[in-house]
Write a protein that binds this ligand. Structure first.
Ligand code: ATP
Length: 294
């Protein structure tokens, strides 16, 4: 099947001009699609609480409520230990909530109560980019991207890399979009951090997600790759898929995001437009760390 991947890659590389400097933003129109209308409710979180320990200690997430709508590019900010990563893990079902409700759009079934099978289905639509990318180091880039279709492909077929032509074409298109097509046949373990991040985004989008969660996707990237990733996520959002991203840079939040949620000790203390973040709120969020965030 490797030959088929080769064929798809070769065909496309001859048809498009490759640039390492500017993502092919126009391709995103053909690459992403959602059934959402702008501002449609995609996720509703109600009174969510998470405690890692059964008794005594303050919960890591304490009675959190917010909605996410199509087209929103939302940053989650707060000092280290505020609960940002925990929130993403609870939202995508990889760790259980202690209390509260999470609804997929206007559906009435609470994700917190999902069975294992329902949770697998939910996790297929709630794509998450973790801090360590979770790529398979010894597999090539395009296969890593195709693994985003795992939930739709039988284990045996994916083991033998038997992905459909349609999936392969889409993987090529996504890699092209983030200028990673020239690396399509390279092993993931040989990529730079910025390149791995782009592959992780392509794999997440291969899932056809209804929601994209990203945990510090620009940590340890250089300025050029940082802006490339922030811009790419913004394009995902403007194509209707809401993006919730944990960030440490207030400057990036103000430059790219349409909304910011500030978390302190597991509670939301700000939810609004980035331009409404005042010094007072930043002081509440970061305390003594505030100067390090800018
Ligand atoms: N598996 C776990 N078991 C117990 N406590 C945990 C676990 N994971 C996280 N915590 C605790 O929960 C709190 C919130 O951690 P979390 O990683 O969600 O914070 P964060 O805001 O993402 O921090 P950072 O910005 O440093 O990534 C911390 O006090 C952390 O020690």
């Amino acid at each position: 099947m490797q030959n088929n991947s080769n064929l798809a890659v070769n065909t496309l590389t001859t048809e498009v001009s490759l640039s390492e400097t500017q993502p092919h933003l126009t391709l995103i129109e053909n690459t992403l699609s959602t059934d959402f209308t702008q501002n449609e409710l995609v996720l509703s979180v109600k009174n969510l609480t998470k405690s890692y320990h059964k008794t005594g200690e303050q919960p890591v997430l304490n009675n959190i409520s917010f909605d996410l709508h199509a087209g929103e590019y939302v940053a989650m900010i707060g000092r280290s230990g505020a609960g940002k990563s925990t929130l993403l893990h609870v939202l995508n079902g990889s760790i259980p909530a202690t209390k509260g409700e999470i609804y997929n759009g206007n559906e009435t079934q609470n994700i917190v109560n999902f069975s294992q099978k329902e949770m697998r289905r939910w996790r297929a639509t709630c794509a998450t980019i973790f801090q360590d990318f979770c790529l398979v180091p010894r597999l090539d880039v395009i296969t890593n991207v195709l693994l985003g279709r795992l939930s739709e492909t039988s284990t045996l077929k994916s083991f033998f890399k038997q992905f459909s032509d349609k999936d392969r074409a889409r993987a090529v298109e996504l890699l092209q979009w983030l200028n990673m097509l020239p690396h399509a046949l390279q092993r993931a373990e040989n990529l730079s951090g910025g390149q791995m991040q782009r592959v992780a985004i392509c794999r997440a989008l291969m899932q056809n997600p209804s929601l994209l969660l990203a945990d510090e996707p620009v940590a340890s990237l250089d300025p050029k790759n940082t802006h490339r990733i922030m811009q790419a996520l913004g394009n995902v959002a403007s194509n209707g898929i809401p993006v919730l991203v944990n960030l440490h840079s207030v400057e990036l939040v103000q430059q790219y995001c349409t909304r910011v949620i500030g978390l302190a000790k597991g509670e939301i203390i700000f939810d609004g437009h980035p331009s409404d973040l005042t010094q007072e709120i930043l002081n509440q969020l970061y305390g003594d760390e505030v100067s390090e965030t800018q």
